[in-house]
Design a binder for this molecule. Sequence first.
Ligand SMILES: [Zn+2]
Ligand SMILES: [Zn+2]
Length: 96
Amino acid sequence: MAAESGNHCYCQERATNLAFAETLKDLPPGYCGICDVCGQPGHMRAHPQLPTTGSWCDEHWQAMLASPGITLDVLFKWAFIAVTVIVVITAMIRWL
Ligand SMILES: [Zn+2]
Ligand SMILES: [Zn+2]
């Protein structure tokens, strides 16, 4: 078994969900995601500060837990989502 950080990850899902396991077939056993930061094998988990899910290696997971701030990368992702929502709403208002 892989070393755990005490947080829920998707390793259990990989063991039980064949469709999910298929998406991870290139990953070594004991991991359930590719780190969003460095691309190393890691674990997919719920973000500690945001209502989203991502993958982090143990090193970057610990670094994120240690820093209470939101990273620029996450900020850009949410800004992109916000802009998309505004554009869709604007388009819908025009159709009415
Ligand atoms: Zn895992
Ligand atoms: Zn990493």
